[in-house]
Design a protein around this ligand. Structure first.
Ligand code: PLP
Length: 366
């Protein structure tokens, strides 16, 4: 591209998980919540006046940040920044804290957006492989970089590094530690208290998963005010729209709904994990709303993924090192898990594929 920037030559944009348009599919590929968001969110959105739509929203989302600070027991809104999804905050963090040419560290495998953002910024991604149990190896602590991104619990394995390991990392790492807690609400513990102890810790959160609000696009980060100030400098002027600001406050208010949804997903996760293990998959203990299911033998994991797809069930297959023999499966609702288990049993027992004129199957194959 003759008008393009030098830095962007050969850089690929991020490829999000597929969002098929067809109905009648079971979609377990992008870790959306199978249950609806709180009805209070819908009510808050419906009550938005034309006047609010006509005017610009609060550029610093103050009411929302106050609600987040109160809800999570943080000193005040000066310790919180809101974003257009956590992805927005990840991008801000690189813009605010890395210079082009700097190295950014992440465990491998992890959320692939970090690498895309680093490349777009002209920084260099440096990966250190997680060990066989998806824990941080010794080398991770020894590696120097400007900042590191660490999803905890990890995506795509679902495994959470121990709290002690995270504390050690914040103590010993020479740069900023961005702890991506996109899935922490499904986990047994979290690192929300870290910024109080470690000046280099930033905790990223999202409303997409546990609050079932992917479509609203709302995320936030908690850190010391000095860090939040730097992020504020680089954010887009009105980076959180009025619908998201009001919807987010309403979501936080409905504790009961949140607790029920998370608890259902945790129960479904235990059921799905056991069912997959019974079929011979190796499934790590997940702390998230998805599981990574490893499969060795014939048919291959990729063939199983394709056979599921032909039955209108979409899971995630990564054509990537260390993940060739695995599928990442979102924890769905009861009906979806039952359908997935039935389909897997049929595929593994060599049952013939559904006929090509089957409506759902052809829908996903076009
Ligand atoms: C590890 C991780 N971090 C961040 C995000 C982004 O979340 P959001 O929808 O708030 O942009 C995701 C989304 O899937 C994720 O998996």
């Amino acid at each position: 591209m003759k008008y393009g920037r030098e830095i962007l030559k050969g850089v690929e944009g991020y490829v999000p998980g597929e969002q098929p348009k067809m109905k009648n599919i079971i979609k377990l590929n992008t870790n959306e919540n199978p249950y609806p968001p709180s009805p209070r969110v819908l009510q808050a959105v419906q009550e938005i006046s034309t006047e609010w739509l006509r005017k610009y929203p609060d550029p610093v989302s103050l009411r929302l940040r106050e609600a987040i600070a109160e809800h999570y027991g943080v000193a005040g809104p000066e310790c919180v920044i809101a974003g257009n999804g956590m992805d927005d905050i990840l991008a801000m963090a690189i813009r605010a804290f890395a210079d082009p040419g700097d190295e950014i560290l992440s465990p491998y495998p992890s959320y692939t957006l970090y690498e895309t953002l680093a490349n777009l910024h002209g920084s260099k991604m440096r990966y250190v492989d997680l060990d066989g149990e998806y824990q941080l190896p010794e080398q991770f602590y020894e590696t120097k970089a400007r900042m590191c991104f660490i999803p905890r619990p990890n995506a795509p394995s679902g495994v959470a590094s121990g709290q002690k390991a995270m504390e050690r990392l914040c103590r010993e790492f020479n740069g900023l530690v961005f702890i991506d807690e996109a899935y922490a609400d499904f986990a047994d513990d979290n690192c929300l208290g870290f910024p109080r102890v470690f000046e280099n810790a930033i905790i990223g959160r999202t409303f997409s998963k546990s609050y079932a609000l992917c479509g609203l696009r709302l995320g936030f980060a908690i850190a010391r005010p000095e860090i939040i100030n730097e992020l504020m400098k680089v954010k887009d002027s009105y980076n959180v729209n009025i619908v998201a600001q009001l919807g987010g406050v309403a979501a936080l208010e409905d504790r009961e709904h949140f607790k029920n949804t998370v608890s259902k997903i945790r129960n479904n996760r235990a059921w799905l994990t056991q069912a997959l293990r019974d079929m011979g998959f190796r499934v790590l203990d997940s702390q998230t709303n998805f599981v990574l299911a490893h499969w060795k033998g014939a048919p291959s994991a990729k063939e199983i993924f394709e056979a599921l797809r032909a039955r209108a069930i979409i899971v995630r297959y990564f054509n990537a090192r260390r993940l060739e023999n695995a599928m990442r499966i979102t924890v769905g609702n009861e009906r979806e898990i039952e359908a997935l288990i039935d389909a897997l049993r049929a595929i593994l027992s060599g049952e013939p594929m559904p006929p090509p004129d089957d409506a759902a199957a052809t829908a996903v194959l076009v």
